[in-house]
Design a protein around this ligand. Structure first.
Ligand code: FES
Length: 291
């Protein structure tokens, strides 16, 4: 469901701080989104979403199911398509059904994995991958990531080419994203901007009127969930730089895009992957830009 928003300017805020002495274990990883000062800012900015109950933690932070659940923003039970599914496990077939009703055959939802907010985006890639890009039909594309200095960091297609990153291969027409904005850590959630006045280039081939950019309501950052790139970001706590794979920034004050979360579809249920078991524990670093 696309919504229109009034764009707002970015505040003059120092995005990255350089505190030291932080380490990230699994429990902390699951919960940090809600325990940091930035997380509190986020929750304040998203009072309508009402994540507060998740401060208590979930079964996942205790090592239980890896299922990803819907999170229904408070007060939006009647306006989002998954309004009756709060905390139910997400099913791929439900995204397919919703996508079939939309003009672009895309769908998405706000979710939660453990204490971590996620955004799930369904893109009709398999259906559109062989159509001309000039049609503007959404499909996943791999591109070079460019950092804030203009330097090319790497190619998003490495997730398809390198065995190490095979857990991130695009599959099932879905990407799952960390739902924290790299600007000031608001939770963008599943919100699309469907107006023309941001004038971002939207890939493939369209302008904003394609209406499929993820939108952070806090200060109008925009992201294209169909473009996968390799880029770099900074651990907000210790200042360490890291590289990640994620979706592309298309506009607004966010310095870069948002990292992917590896997942599987198990009997229609979407489940996040245990990074440690898969031997890609460094993926944990990708989510530290708000810690
Ligand atoms: S937190 Fe500022 S645009 Fe998202």
């Amino acid at each position: 469901m696309a919504r229109e928003f009034r764009l707002r300017p970015s505040p003059n805020a120092d995005v990255f701080s350089n505190e030291s002495g932080y380490s990230l274990d699994r429990r902390r990883f699951m919960r940090y989104s809600f325990n940091s000062a930035a997380g509190l800012i986020t929750m304040a900015s998203l009072g309508s979403i009402g994540f507060a109950s998740l401060l208590m933690g979930t079964r996942d932070s205790e090592g239980g199911s890896n299922a990803i659940s819907y999170w229904v923003p408070k007060g939006q039970e009647d306006s989002v398509w998954y309004g009756s599914k709060h905390l139910e496990a997400m099913k791929k077939s439900e995204f397919e059904g919703e996508a079939a009703k939309s003009a672009t055959n895309m769908s998405g939802a706000q979710g939660v994995w453990g204490g971590m907010p996620v955004t799930v985006v369904y893109v009709p890639h398999e259906e559109n991958k062989n159509s001309a890009t000039s049609t503007g039909a959404p499909r996943f594309q791999f591109m070079d990531g460019v950092d804030q200095t203009g330097a090319i960091i790497g190619y998003g297609g490495e997730i398809e080419e390198e065995e190490k990153w095979s857990v991130l291969k695009i599959h099932d027409n879905i990407v799952i994203l960390m739902s924290r904005c790299p600007h000031l850590c608001c939770i963008p959630g599943w919100q699309l901007v469907a107006n023309d006045f941001t004038a971002d280039n939207w890939l493939p081939g369209g302008l904003d009127s394609g209406g499929n950019k993820l939108f952070c309501i806090c200060h109008s950052s925009r992201f294209d969930p169909t473009v996968i790139e390799k880029n770099t970001n900074i651990n907000r706590t210790n200042g360490a730089a890291f590289q990640y794979f994620g979706i592309k920034r298309t506009g607004g004050p966010t310095p870069v895009g948002i990292p992917l979360i590896p997942f599987v579809v198990n009997n229609d249920v979407m489940e996040a992957i245990d990074f440690e078991a898969e031997g890609v524990v460094e993926i944990l670093d990708w989510y530290t830009y708000c810690s």
